[in-house]
Design a protein around this ligand. Sequence first.
Ligand code: F0G
Length: 469
Amino acid sequence: MTDEKRVRRRDATKKSWAEPWKVKMVEPARWTTREHRERCLEETGFNTFLLRSEDVTIDLLTDSGTSAMSDRQWAGLMLGDEAYAGSRNYYHLEANVQKYYGYRYVVPTHQGRGAEHLIAKMFIKPGDFIPGNMYFTTTRVHQELAGGTFADVIVDEAHDPANEHPFKGNVDLGKLEDLIARVGSRRIPYVSLGATVNMAGGQPVSMQNLRDLRSLCDRHGIPILLDATRAIENAYFIQQREGGYGGKSVAEILLEFCSITDGSWMSAKKDTLVNIGGWLAVNDVEKFDEARNLVVVFEGLHTYGGLAGRDMEAMAIGIEESVDDDHIRARVGQVEYLGQKLLGWGIPIVLPIGGHAVFIDAKRFYPHIPQDHFPAQALAADIYIEGGIRTMERGIVSAGRDPETGRHRSPRLELVRVTIPRRVYTQAHMDVTAEAIEEAWWNRDLATGLRMIYEPKYLRFFQARFQRG
Ligand code: F0G
């Protein structure tokens, strides 16, 4: 009889993720008292956008521009070529957008909305309709300012926080066909496709849905433009959830996904791991000429677009780091970790857990507060008071008013976004965050709504002010 020794190994799919980096530099976080936080909120009109960052301990307001850069990116800053024209960093950025996203022509912009502005100006005529898979705040405002009307064509599942459809970002082709039949394809300059879909909870679009969308759009001569802000997170979800993609790298999936679209705009402040920057990219040379011409009016010369050379270098390097499979697994894994913790305590969140944030369902958290008393705005305030944790409202305040009727738009989703910056916080920060949210949950029956006492005209959620009651 032989003495058989068996090697025992964990199944690769069951291994925990860990960050593929270690910390080299730290920035202190300040703990504050509940009294201090209550005072801060009173002074800032219960709007977490108006808090000073120094009064926040764990800042989960946004994943935008809040990433930690790597040592390579910081080193890249020193390679900034600050020439007004033709900076070498522009060419590095252009080459990496071409290599990883696959588009032919690239125009840098200071951030995503700079690119959205140019895209809207280039494509939209007054009276046009722009179908999209749920609105995004800045995207829609640029479409409206150009004279267009946004039309939501996302699948119904996206509006239901409890629905566990794996691709809640998908376009409902029937809704798009209805719009085409109603207004005619000549009044549809492009489909505005977000992937992942921020306002739906960081939900992905499947490759198959994009292919089907492509066939429909080809039949009607409508281009597809991609909001690529979190397309790498989208590619990761395709790898994890869509048949046939499990063996492909995120980089390969990203390239395939973008190849089905005609152009793209990007807030590099998210996926790309930089603090500022964006770009737009197209395959059509005439559109490129137009973009290159417009950018000099609104952003800066076409080889810097409102950015310093060093910022473009950090972006070029950030693109390479962002498509790494280990990076993206840990990034989305951290969001999942926080979400699972809340779910375990019965706290209502949007399912499936998204790529960049956990979205708390304020309608189920505070069912006694009517939507026009801003339950999500109130919950974001309460979470700040509990733990010094800053989150943001993504509900009726963010949705704004209908430009025609002047009434509040009342979205079905009334959410608080708990957004995780990339490479910034540890699992312990997630634990402390979850505990603060749980305390708000324990005391939910005592919560009260808010009244809006100041409302700016555009993108009101950034600067609106509220009072209790
Ligand atoms: N598109 C999406 C999907 C976004 O999430 C954002 C910004 C933009 C475009 C605009 O880009 O901020 O660089 O001008 N989202 C931030 C957020 C503000 O917190 O979700 P930007």
